[in-house]
Design a binder for this molecule. Sequence first.
Ligand code: NAD
Ligand code: 89V
Length: 338
Amino acid sequence: MKGALIGCGFFAQNHLHAWRDIVGVEIVAICDSDPERLKATSIAFGISRTYEDATQMFVELDFDFVDIATTVGSHRALVEMAANAGVDIICQKPFSENMIDARAMVEAVKIAGKTLMVHENFRWQSPIQAALEVVKSGAIGEPFFGRFSFRSGYDVFTGQPYLAKGSRFIIEDLGIHILDISRAFFGDATHIVATTQRINQSIKGEDVATMMLTHEGGATSVVDCSYATTRMPETFPQSLLEIDGTQGTLRLDAGYRLTVQVGKEVQKDVSPSILPWAQRPWHNIQESVWIIQQHFVECITAGTQPETSGLDNLKTLALVEAAYLSAMNRTIVQLSDI
Ligand code: NAD
Ligand code: 89V
């Protein structure tokens, strides 16, 4: 499979490393409107075909899929361009800033008859997958409560300065992942109630969010996120979880310790592997990039829908929209209204 990548910024470097490690895939062209980033990435990964303008790249089309690794504002134009060109698409999260653009992108790719996957990688982290396997096995019975927690004081603004500038921050950038994890465990939600806070006054958006979801099956989950939490050990970028089931409980604690208690307690180290190009503390996320990109390739090859398809992601985006609405109006929001 030949691919092209658009957006050679901070996070795309991980995509390119991961593509290099996936057998049968070659990235044949890269694009970035910033010539310096384009050149640096071209040299780092030995990819000589470079474009400052994606339109030109699609004109000279000789690839099967495109990996869109730009920030959210450019997604709709690029996804529609790719759909018109008739290639399969993997696009970074947040997929869209609003439901109108998100639905339009899903529709455009459906009409084109191609595959659209959102790079929603947190549920693909190997420690999360290990916890999901236990719950799906039925070992703790029917899950009825979950807490999905991401609390950190890690400086994300140096690597990703745009995160300090938007009027929306933690729910749109990070909470989106944790809400998606809650969906992976409990399915879709019917209602959400949320509060937000801005503790760090030097950024524009909220950096703390506390959300409670009612899921279709009746389970309740609490999703809490903070970038204003100073604690030792610093757990960035670990998502911690606890699930109560009718027969037992499960916890994924700091340090990737998975504890399952059904009568007696059993502990397991579910630490992610550190890929040759990865660095702590990002190795958990970096491994998930490699895993999700493999899933994309497997789905294209098998002709199946990705688990985190564009269509599926509409439900995660609706939770983001509903959480902001709930926090603003101090009300419970019904997801069917989004
Ligand atoms: P970045 O600003 O460092 O890089 C984005 C790059 O895209 C820039 O170099 C910019 O010049 C380029 N670009 C923007 N619009 C373009 C266009 N129309 N055509 C060509 N090039 C264009 O951003 P980043 O930190 O790498 O983040 C990119 C995306 O990845 C964001 O949506 C972010 O939320 C996401 N992200 C995801 C994870 C994860 O774990 N899934 C982690 C970090 C970032
Ligand atoms: O996953 C992300 O989208 C990143 C980070 C982990 C820093 O929140 O922006």
